[in-house]
Design a binder for this molecule. Structure first.
Ligand SMILES: Cc1ncc(COP(=O)(O)O)c(C=O)c1O
Length: 409
């Protein structure tokens, strides 16, 4: 039996679909959509970043760099990782990447033994699923408890002899959960016991409103590198609002992993974009900028989201990240219908939870047969609260009015 190419079998992410639906509605109605679907912040990168990039271009610093990125940038990253994350690493294990999305993809490609399993959370960033499938991995999903924390028993239960990688995302997209020290220690202990590698996606490291951000790799700092198993992924996109610059970085646990990702990057990108790396150097010289941005998003969270909690749509305010998952069961609508009707009637775009509860069905060869979704995710929709406060408030007001119109309890 022949199979279509892997990439064509994988459906486009619902995150991209809702973008298209929102754009189409604006075109048809001529009125702007209130965009709560997209994690695009309302604040902007520091002016120094644009200036450093322009200066790099003017000065002709536009040729390829090392595949790992500029040593000067990686030295600053090593210092940041030590100071802020408690991760000790030589610069030879740091890879600057065009966005952390590409860093994650490169890491997965470098680690994947095709046909083996990767453990992903029940509710996940859908790109993690796409990336796993593209790398030839079989995603297996672990449960989250009622606070969206990974359930260790479930991880132990769903894993098996073929499991190789555990993916952890804290602060989490889409749930906003921030993992505490105990849970992280439990995850790491289990991974060590079973011989898994761990990928820690820390894209939202600077957006924590309750508790502290803890980097999983910090707990391995006293181990010799060859015994470490945690590979960490970070980005400038969120902390400094540099989404369109495409700048992130990967810290591999040890030299063997660094050798693997180096090959993937040689084959895939040659090197990260040079002028943008100078922008990264400028950004790292202003560590206070991320803290200013955190306060802005926290202000949105603290002022607008309580209305959703009071309406019974949100169990608790998210402890971190840019997103909240709303439970819309009281409307009697499924997530897809809720999102489509909310867009149609009130001009507010949100993302249906089903897009975060993907369940790829694979055949014995690992070919994708169908992309199912977890029925439990059908009662959830995601909103982004990193947007302009007025936009957020008006979108949430419209969403609450829409829910009240349904008048179902
Ligand atoms: C959990 C998570 N990881 C990684 C990324 C990738 O961000 P970027 O490629 O802009 O660094 C995102 C972006 O939304 C994300 O939500």
């Amino acid at each position: 039996m022949s199979h279509p190419p892997v990439a064509t079998a994988i459906p486009s992410s619902s995150l991209h679909e809702i973008f298209r639906a929102a754009d189409a509605r604006e075109l048809i109605t001529g009125t702007p959509v209130t965009r709560l679907h997209v994690g695009e912040p309302y604040f902007t990168p520091p002016a120094e970043v644009a200036e450093a990039i322009a200066e790099a271009q003017r000065a002709g610093r536009t040729s390829y760099t090392d595949v790992e990125g500029l040593p000067e940038l990686r030295r600053l990253l090593a210092a940041k990782l030590e100071l802020e994350n408690g991760i000790d690493t030589p610069i030879s294990r740091i890879f600057v990447t065009p966005g952390s999305c590409q860093g994650l993809q490169a890491l997965l490609l470098s680690m994947a033994e095709p046909g083996t399993e990767i453990l992903l959370p029940d509710l996940h960033w859908p790109i993690h699923v796409q990336q796993s499938l593209l790398a030839g991995l079989r995603p297996v999903f672990y449960s989250l408890d009622d606070r969206f924390f990974p359930d260790l028993d479930s991880i132990a239960e769903v894993s098996g002899a073929n499991t190789r990688i555990l993916l952890v995302n804290s602060p989490a997209n889409p749930t906003g959960a921030v993992l505490e020290a105990d849970r992280l220690a439990g995850l790491l202990a289990l991974a060590r016991e079973r011989g898994w590698q761990v990928i820690s996606d820390e894209a939202y490291e600077h957006f924590v409103y309750e508790g502290n951000h803890l980097s999983l790799a910090a707990s391995e700092r006293d181990l010799p590198a060859e015994q470490r198993i945690v590979h960490s992924v970070f980005t400038f996109s969120k902390s400094l609002a540099m989404t369109g610059y495409r700048l992130g970085y990967v810290v591999t646990a040890n030299d063997a992993a660094a050798a693997g990702i180096r090959v993937v990057q040689e084959a895939g990108i040659i090197a990260p974009p040079t002028p943008v790396q100078y922008g990264g150097i400028a950004a790292l010289r202003m560590p206070e900028a991320a803290e200013v941005n955190r306060k802005l998003v926290q202000q949105n969270r603290d002022t607008v989201l309580p209305a959703l909690r009071d309406a019974g749509l949100l169990r608790e305010l998210p402890s971190g990240g840019w997103y909240a998952m709303l439970d819309i069961s009281r409307t009697g609508l499924g997530a897809e219908a809720f999102s489509a009707q909310l867009l149609e009637e009130r001009g507010v775009a949100v993302v249906p939870g089903s897009g975060f509860g993907l369940r790829p069905r694979l055949d014995d060869r690992g070919a994708l047969v169908a992309m199912d979704t977890d029925p439990a995710a059908d009662k959830l929709v995601r909103i982004a609260f990193c947007v302009d406060p007025e936009v957020l408030r008006s979108g949430v007001d419209s969403l609450l009015a829409f829910v009240n119109d349904r008048n179902v309890r």
